[in-house]
Design a protein around this ligand. Structure first.
Ligand SMILES: [Zn+2]
Length: 261
């Protein structure tokens, strides 16, 4: 048996545990009598992941739930295989479930034709649909489900005591999950999700990429301010809410005004 490296009581992060990169953060919640995973990563690392869990002496039959933070392929491409091999139920927000159950390769980022990215995205049944405010029980652990859309419409976060599993909302350096119309990013919702995280009493954020960190309202505020600007910048294409320059230009055209150079 491998020595378990708990990051917080009842929480093991499997990249840290294995000293190996799984590409995304994968949290094992140890509820004592049963356990669960937050995200499972990709098929190419699933064997290693299951081996590791076995070596940590978690009985595979005690896996209660495979939770998808959202439907992006890097986090959950292996969900179908994991569901079959661990014989565990899958859980996601209904908006993520739609993409996962149809194996939507575009919305999940499995396929980005312009960049020659083409991963299989096997459709996976989602057994439990998680909604804002639901309570998850994993053995002795209780998690509160937060719906935090913005990066994707089905992005979830999970509050457990002073910890917030914060998904792709914000990372230690203040970056946020990719903003892209193709997978349903929505700037006003993203800002609302970041404000909710800023104002909550969680002490630590456990993101889906990069290191865990102590929550710093200043870092969140910087991201909120940046995204507030993004709403009115052409840089974000159809995610932009309004673009003042174009509105002004249209007014000038209709008024027959020539540019002043
Ligand atoms: Zn993502």
């Amino acid at each position: 048996m491998l020595q378990r490296k708990y990051l917080f009581p009842n929480v093991i992060e499997l990249n840290l545990q294995a000293a190996q990169s799984f590409g995304v953060n994968i949290y094992l919640l140890d509820g004592g009598s049963e356990w669960a995973l937050i995200d499972v990563g990709q098929e190419e690392t699933l064997n290693d992941l299951i081996d590791l869990i076995r070596k940590l002496d978690f009985p595979l039959s005690k896996c209660k739930l495979l939770i998808a933070t959202h439907a992006d392929a890097d986090h959950v491409q292996a969900l179908k295989q994991a569901r079959e091999r661990l014989k565990a139920k899958t859980a996601a927000h209904p908006e993520a479930a739609r993409a996962l159950e149809t194996g939507d390769a575009v919305q999940t980022y499995a396929q980005i034709a312009a960049q020659n990215i083409n991963l299989p995205m096997p459709p996976c049944k989602i057994d439990v649909k998680l909604q804002e405010g639901d309570e998850l029980k994993i053995g002795k652990l209780k998690l509160r489900v937060w719906h935090t859309p913005g990066h994707t419409p089905g992005q979830l976060s999970f509050k457990m005591g002073n910890l917030l599993f914060s998904g792709d909302n914000i990372y230690k350096d203040g970056c946020v999950g990719a903003i892209d119309a193709h997978h349903g990013s929505h700037l006003p919702s993203f800002i609302a999700s970041l404000k909710r995280i800023r104002d909550d009493d969680a002490e630590f954020l456990l993101p889906s990429h990069g290191p865990v960190f102590r929550k710093d309202p200043a870092i969140l505020q910087q991201a909120i301010d940046r995204l507030t600007q993004y709403q009115h910048m052409a840089d974000f294409g159809t995610c932009t809410v309004s673009w003042p320059l174009e509105e002004e230009w249209k007014r000038d055209i209709l008024a027959g005004k020539m540019p002043v150079l």
